[in-house]
Each structure stands twice: as structure tokens, then as C-alpha cells.
Design a protein around this ligand. Structure first.
Ligand code: SAM
Length: 191
């Protein structure tokens, strides 16, 4: 059986188009998808890879708890040079956002509790995404882990993210929203 047949990824049909605004990394409809899942859960959120913090700001509006915003001004991987000017600029001074200028892979999460949603959009290497997923998996009992930059349909795809998610989909369901680069894993009772 070919790899494709073994995947448990499920695509959700829709007709999304990318619409970016200045400082945005997510298309408008991708943000809608993120907020759709965010509205389904009650508790605290983590965003790993916030850059200027537009997504963080949007998450803070639907989060009834705290949004832990993590970004690291020194790239873990030199091949992934993001422009890290004005880090967190859109989410500074928001009451329910706490910003951490830390490496998500090595930082201490032990004081963060009741995490129900994690959005991973940071180090896009296979090892980086895997480490972030494993860290979030330990924190979330029930909720969602959402990845950006996975796409089976376009060539604009980060191989590290694609390889990790394809591997993940061999053992668990991964929800994809067609025409977007969002991939969603639901965590239920710690699995
Ligand atoms: C694509 S941008 C995030 C965009 C943001 N999610 C949004 O939608 O506006 C990726 C960010 O991940 C951060 N990053 C990369 N590796 C990281 C790491 N190991 N720990 C924390 N942040 C990291 C980079 O500094 C960069 O700002």
C-alpha cells in the first residue's frame, strides 16, 4: 500500500483564497480557521512563533484565559531567517497576553496550565516541529494543536512541516482545510 493510502488525514472542503495583510503570515481564511477552533475551547492558549503578534492579538480576543506568546529573536536554525524586528508589536500591552522571548524548544512550560489550544508556526524543520508538538502534547489534555505551513497541494510547502505531519498522520487523524496550509490535531483525554 502506498503511503498516501495509509494516511488518516481528512480534508475539509472549502473554497479558500489567500488574502494577506501587512504583517500577516496567515491568510484571512486561515485566521478564520484558527479562530473557529479557538472558539470551541475554554482555557489558556499557546502560540509558538508569533513574530509581530497579529495572530496572537486575534487569539487574545476569543480566549477567555491567557494567551502565552512565544517567539525567539535568535533563530534556532540559521536557514530560517525571519525578520524579527518589532517582535510582539501587535500584542504588547494586551491584558490577557504574556510574551516570552524564548526558544520554544528549550523553554520551561511547567508554570503554564489548562492549555487547550496550541498554534505552532515557528521552527519549520522536521526536528523543530516535532519538538514543539511533543512539548504541546504533554501540556494539553483536551483541545487542539494546530500547525501552519502544511500543504499537500502546493509546491509552497515547508518540507520539515510536511514530513512531520505526514508521519503523524500514519497514527492519528489530522484535519486539513483544503486550499489552506492549516493542519489540525485534536487531543482527547491526553491522546
Ligand atoms: C512565520 S513566523 C510566525 C508568524 C505568526 N504566527 C503570524 O501568523 O503572524 C515564525 C516565527 O517563529 C519564530 N521562531 C522560529 N524558531 C523559533 C523557536 N525555536 N522558538 C521560538 N520562536 C521561534 C521566528 O522568530 C518567527 O518570528
Amino acid at each position: 500500500m502506498g503511503l498516501e493510502n495509509m494516511l488518516t488525514k481528512i480534508s475539509i472542503d472549502c473554497d479558500y483564497k489567500y488574502e494577506y495583510e501587512q504583517d500577516d503570515y496567515l491568510g484571512k481564511h486561515e485566521l478564520d480557521i484558527l479562530l473557529y477552533y479557538a472558539r470551541k475551547v475554554k482555557g489558556n492558549f499557546i502560540e509558538i512563533g508569533c513574530n509581530k503578534g497579529l495572530t496572537t492579538k486575534a487569539l487574545s480576543k476569543v480566549c477567555e484565559g491567557i494567551v502565552y506568546a512565544i517567539d525567539y529573536s535568535e533563530p534556532t536554525n540559521p536557514e530560517q531567517q525571519y525578520e524579527c524586528v518589532d517582535l510582539f508589536k501587535h500584542c504588547l500591552n494586551i491584558e490577557n497576553v504574556k510574551c516570552y522571548n524564548k526558544n520554544s524548544q528549550t523553554m520551561d512550560y511547567s508554570k503554564m496550565s489548562n492549555i487547550v489550544l496550541a498554534f505552532i508556526d515557528a521552527d519549520h524543520t522536521y526536528e523543530g516541529v516535532k519538538k514543539d508538538f511533543e512539548n504541546m502534547k504533554k501540556l494539553i489534555k483536551n483541545g487542539y494543536i494546530i500547525f501552519h505551513d502544511y500543504s499537500p497541494e502546493t509546491t509552497f510547502c515547508w518540507n520539515g512541516v510536511a514530513n512531520f505531519i505526514d508521519e503523524l498522520a500514519l497514527t492519528r487523524e489530522v484535519l486539513l482545510h483544503k486550499g489552506t496550509m492549516m493542519a489540525v490535531v485534536e487531543v482527547k483525554d491526553g491522546y
